[in-house]
Ligand binder design. Structure first.
Ligand SMILES: [Mg+2]
Length: 232
């Protein structure tokens, strides 16, 4: 039975927390922007909010991370945005080891699923090798699909279809575990997957979105949920 089911995971706030790694990496560009004739647009707090707004657009699938960096740099009058995109990517990668903190149970959960013969994969909005490095930091050693590579961001159905294909099971036998109602739950369900909403912070689920197939309060509850569904 177990061989015919599979589990996909979101990364951020599911397998690990990244402590605003990308926010900090973009803010570090300000120094260089000013040094090369650009200017800041607001106070440090306002610049942080501006970065977060761009990253929210990226998470919602409205732009890529490269687009977010280009916008930030261009709005502040800096030179060739592409050199900043490269600098951002290098900096972000170098920060993974210190910024990314895995869920303390992530390795255990992944091991338990692997031990039960259940295929797993990761699907994340963002770019490799950053998402790959974050997943490795959480002890995940399998396939990491990043939206920039598949050409579709969550919540688009195409992103989840790529995941289902990587998992190698029919969509209704594939679970997707994620914390974001729109990006993770709605997206996974649009591809016919079983969406598991990870609600670690006991939030209210948005009333205008379709309800998740399952809810867990912690990552460590995932293997038990899978077992209960398989044996039901
Ligand atoms: Mg997430």
């Amino acid at each position: 039975v177990s061989s015919s089911i599979a589990v996909g995971f979101d990364i951020d706030h599911t397998l690990c927390i990244d402590n605003h790694l990308e926010r900090v990496a973009i803010l570090h560009l300000l120094d260089r922007i000013v040094g090369e004739g650009g200017h800041v647009l607001g106070s440090p707090g306002e610049e942080t909010a501006a970065v977060d707004a761009l990253l929210a657009e990226q998470r919602d699938g409205r732009c890529t991370i490269d687009d977010a960096v280009r916008s930030f740099v261009t709005q502040r009058g800096a030179g060739d945005p592409e050199t900043y995109v490269e600098a951002f990517r290098r900096m972000a990668l170098s920060m993974v080891e210190t910024f990314v903190v895995p869920d303390p149970y992530a390795k255990h959960v992944l091991h338990e699923l692997s031990h039960a013969g259940i295929p797993t994969a990761v699907l994340s909005n963002g770019w490799n090798p950053l998402q790959h490095a974050k997943a490795r930091r959480a002890g995940f050693t399998g396939t990491v699909l990043a939206s920039a590579q598949i050409g579709a961001q969550k919540p688009r159905r195409e992103a989840f279809e790529a995941l289902v294909e990587a998992l190698g099971v029919p969509p209704e036998r594939a679970f997707y575990v994620g914390d974001d109602p729109k990006g993770d739950v709605v997206g996974a369900m649009s591809a016919g997957m079983q969406a598991v909403w990870l609600d670690a912070e006991h939030r209210d689920y948005p009333s205008d979105l379709p309800s998740p197939s399952h809810i867990v309060r912690a990552l460590r509850d995932v293997p038990g949920l899978i077992r209960s569904v398989v044996h039901a």
